[in-house]
Ligand binder design. Structure first.
Ligand SMILES: [Zn+2]
Length: 170
């Protein structure tokens, strides 16, 4: 199996990729920003094998990107919440969304500044307020005409405008 570290690379990008460079990891982090917190919801939205999801979630907990907390609604189960280091990945997710939208496929979601409702630019900046809002102050919504294909509970919940990091009601 191919290792996931780059031990001979003396570079911060190598250290970051050791944390988030595996397949699926960044999509799990994206979903955590969208408010997904339960194993079953990640699984339903990402369609990945449970063993892979378990492995990636455990890795993200080990790396202090996600924190496991008891699920008050389901005894014995857990919720996964972004840590401070995890929340610091928002600009990375946003930059990948912007790059993908510009060079590969129009993004299926829009992002607005919660305070004023203005669309954020590709850098995540609000031109109206001249600030770059933290994820808590960003509202995401479905781009018109996009994203209706999937019927899993997470996709359905994400049809409505929703603040990043606010727990998703599924
Ligand atoms: Zn604004």
């Amino acid at each position: 199996m191919l290792g996931k570290d780059y031990e001979n690379q003396d570079c911060a990008i190598a250290r970051a990729l050791e944390v988030v460079g595996e397949r699926w990891t960044m999509l799990i982090v994206r979903d955590a920003f969208y408010g997904v917190r339960r194993f079953n919801d990640f699984q339903a939205h990402l369609d990945i094998p449970k063993a892979v999801l378990s492995d990636r979630l455990a890795g993200l907990v080990d790396e202090d990107i996600l924190e496991r907390v008891p699920d008050p609604q389901h005894t014995g189960r857990h919720l996964y919440e972004l840590t401070r280091a995890g929340r610091d990945l928002w600009p990375v997710i946003n930059a990948l969304l912007a790059w993908g939208g510009r060079h590969r496929q129009t993004n299926s979601r829009l992002f607005r500044h919660a305070t004023c409702g203005t669309r954020l630019d590709d850098a995540g900046h609000c031109p109206e307020c001249d600030v770059t809002p933290a994820p808590e102050a960003i509202v995401t919504e479905r781009r018109r005409g996009r994203g209706r294909k999937r019927r899993d509970p997470v996709s359905v919940a994400l049809q409505e405008p929703h603040r990043l990091l606010e727990p998703l009601e599924t």
